[in-house]
Design a protein around this ligand. Structure first.
Ligand SMILES: Nc1nc2c(ncn2[C@@H]2O[C@H](COP(=O)(O)OP(=O)(O)O)[C@@H](O)[C@H]2O)c(=O)[nH]1
Ligand SMILES: [Mg+2]
Ligand SMILES: [Zn+2]
Length: 398
């Protein structure tokens, strides 16, 4: 093996649990996690949390876009008018039958006025279903521009659409209009025609899609996925507001950047410092994803993990993968990239490739697109943030 490429001689991988310094670090954190659990410390509650009831009745739901609190039962309803390309007030005729009302309400939106915007008319719209289930979970992707956030997110949605989440989990998109255009304009060209996904507009924190996820016959929980543009996060007010409502973050480590800068990705530091300042770090869970791992396909143990199954919820395998990725980052002098693991409440490390290959000609991946292991980070994050509540899910995260 080639030490110059950062391959770890004898690095533990797969089923081979040989002692490695990194194991001490992760194993002691795991032990602490278990003892916290045993002593009733701050672990996920046994029942999914419920949205706060409003003192005067109704249900309070934080808006994932601007962090203001909405009383869900008092909202006027809107619908998206395709012809006008805008949202218009929705009136349900009083003569409509309960079934007709339910059908109309499935595509209804509530309006949230952007209090902090300079434009007094600025507003955004959330699907009515967002506030009608258990407490929503809000996840965002963090990483420098070009780290692979958008491709990872689109590959996740593609795999969810194609294969589902697996092991008895069901999911359903709740912003039907937005979901369909996401599929038509981004997911399908990426998966079917191997097209490169367009860059996120700089300076935006974009809500990409919202699903409700249900474990067996359990309560449905909304999960909102945000693509956070990299770069000058400190400059973007919406980034700060987003961090006030986020429950989980997917930190994207760009495999192509390892070894170039020992200080790691500045975006990670910026986000962690903002969270530190607002006192939110101890509440947050994180999945740290070594993305574009196809570029490391000659490096054990990354190649080995890249070949493993996706859509797996297995605490032991998750710990082994976390340990291997941590050890790999250490060997590549890239431990700065593992900072979210040191500072957040719970973390997992993952190996993933959104595209499966790297050669791009004329905005097309010429060897085709084959996402590898993109859903495990999302599944782990759902486990760590209490969306999944099975005994195995509760053991995920170090
Ligand atoms: N080899 C490889 N390249 C990727 C992968 N994902 C993204 N890329 C490349 O990295 C570039 C930036 O990805 P993008 O998702 O736009 O990054 P973002 O700025 O963090 O959203 C893309 O144009 C792709 O060419 C991957 O899984 N493997
Ligand atoms: Mg992007
Ligand atoms: Zn809002």
């Amino acid at each position: 093996m080639d030490a110059a490429r950062g391959v770890i001689p004898g690095c533990p991988s797969g089923g081979d649990l040989r002692p490695h310094p990194a194991y001490d670090a992760v194993a002691s954190r795991l032990a602490a996690t278990y003892s916290r659990k045993a002593t009733g410390g701050p672990m996920p509650p046994s029942d999914p949390p419920q949205p706060a009831p409003h003192p005067a009745g109704g249900k309070l739901v934080p808006c994932p876009i601007c962090a203001s609190t909405l009383n869900w039962e008092e909202q006027d309803l809107y619908r998206y008018d395709r012809v006008k390309g805008n949202y218009v007030p929705l009136t349900i005729p009083p003569t409509a039958s309960p079934t007709q009302q339910a059908v109309v309400r499935r595509t209804a939106f509530v309006r949230c006025t952007d209090q902090d915007s300079a434009d007094p008319g600025a507003a955004h719209y959330l699907p009515l279903a967002y506030g009608q289930h258990g407490t929503p979970s809000v996840y965002g992707f963090v990483g420098a521009t070009n780290s692979g956030k958008t491709h990872l997110l689109i590959a996740m949605i593609a795999q969810m659409e194609k294969h589902g989440l697996g092991f008895g989990l069901s999911h359903q998109a709740i912003n039907l209009v937005g979901h369909q255009s996401l599929i038509d304009e981004q997911v399908s060209p990426f998966l079917n025609d191997s097209r490169v996904v367009e860059h996120t507009r700089p300076g935006t924190i974009g809500l990409v899609d919202i699903f409700v996820v249900r474990e067996g016959a359990g309560q449905a929980r909304p999960v909102a996925l945000f693509d956070v543009a990299g770069g000058d996060l400190l400059e973007i007010e919406s980034a700060r507001r987003f961090l006030d409502v986020a429950d989980g973050l997917i930190f994207v480590v760009n495999a192509a950047e390892l070894g170039r800068d020992e200080l790691g990705d500045r975006t990670f530091g910026t986000v962690l410092e903002l969270l530190q300042a607002s006192g939110r770090l101890p509440e947050l869970s994180t999945a740290i994803v070594l993305s574009k791992a196809d570029l490391l396909r000659f490096d054990d143990p990354i190649a080995l993990w890249l070949r493993q199954e996706d859509r797996v919820l297995d605490a032991e395998s998750s710990l082994r993968e976390s340990t291997d990725v941590y050890a790999y980052l250490q060997a590549r002098h890239a431990l700065a990239w593992s900072r979210p693991y040191r500072e957040c409440r719970k973390a997992t490390f993952h190996v993933a490739s959104a595209t499966g290959s790297d050669l791009v000609v004329d905005k097309t991946f010429v060897r085709g697109v084959r996402p590898r292991r993109v859903l495990n980070p999302l599944i782990s994050l759902m486990a760590m943030t209490g969306v999944l509540t099975s005994p195995e899910a509760r053991k995920i995260g170090i």
